[in-house]
Ligand binder design. Structure first.
Ligand SMILES: [Zn+2]
Ligand SMILES: [Zn+2]
Ligand SMILES: [Zn+2]
Length: 170
């Protein structure tokens, strides 16, 4: 069991979830869940993979690969881009994180372990990201696909708008 009580994140890691929540518990739960799932699946949550996941979980905001690389360097994990990319690939491939195509950036999965079609709500002002689940197969697109004889295998919804904080400030 590793204990990481210190956060050396350069910025103040204010929770940017859309709702008030116990962010410390949220981070701990996400990391603990990832450790359990990796153990069960025989995957190795190496220190660098764990650190990248921790960075994503801290934020509730999309982080680009270069921002992640900068932080890895600050934390002594080296500055080679493949280090960040390989860790991100692992996290995305195994469902611990998602890539937000629109921002070319990454977020921690809010529902790790569940097979799901994520629907992202992305704030265009501050890049805060909240993840909901969608059921495309049950929706109108699903009906259209069935009518067309098309089988949907993967669908990601990326909705853009303003988060509650930015709406308030606007
Ligand atoms: Zn949180
Ligand atoms: Zn997810
Ligand atoms: Zn915002």
């Amino acid at each position: 069991m590793t204990s990481e009580t210190h956060s050396t994140s350069a910025q103040d890691a204010t929770p940017i979830g859309f709702q008030e929540h116990d962010h410390q518990a949220c981070v701990e739960t996400a990391l603990a869940t990832a450790e359990v799932r990796c153990n069960e699946a025989g995957l190795r949550l190496t220190p660098v993979r764990r650190k990248v996941l921790e960075m994503l979980v801290q934020e509730h905001r999309a982080l680009g690969a270069y921002a992640i690389l900068d932080r890895l360097r600050d934390e002594g994990f080296g500055s080679q881009p493949p280090v960040a990319y390989r860790a991100l690939d692992f996290l995305v491939q195994h469902g611990f994180a998602h890539k937000i195509e629109r921002l070319n950036a990454f977020v921690a999965c809010a529902h790790p372990g569940a097979m799901h079609s994520p629907a992202f709500m992305i704030c265009r002002n501050c890049d805060a990201v909240a993840e909901a689940q969608s059921a495309p197969v049950k929706g109108m697109l699903g009906a259209a696909a069935r009518a067309a004889g098309f089988e949907i295998e993967r669908m990601v919804v990326e909705a853009e708008g303003l988060c509650p904080d930015c709406t308030e400030k606007a």
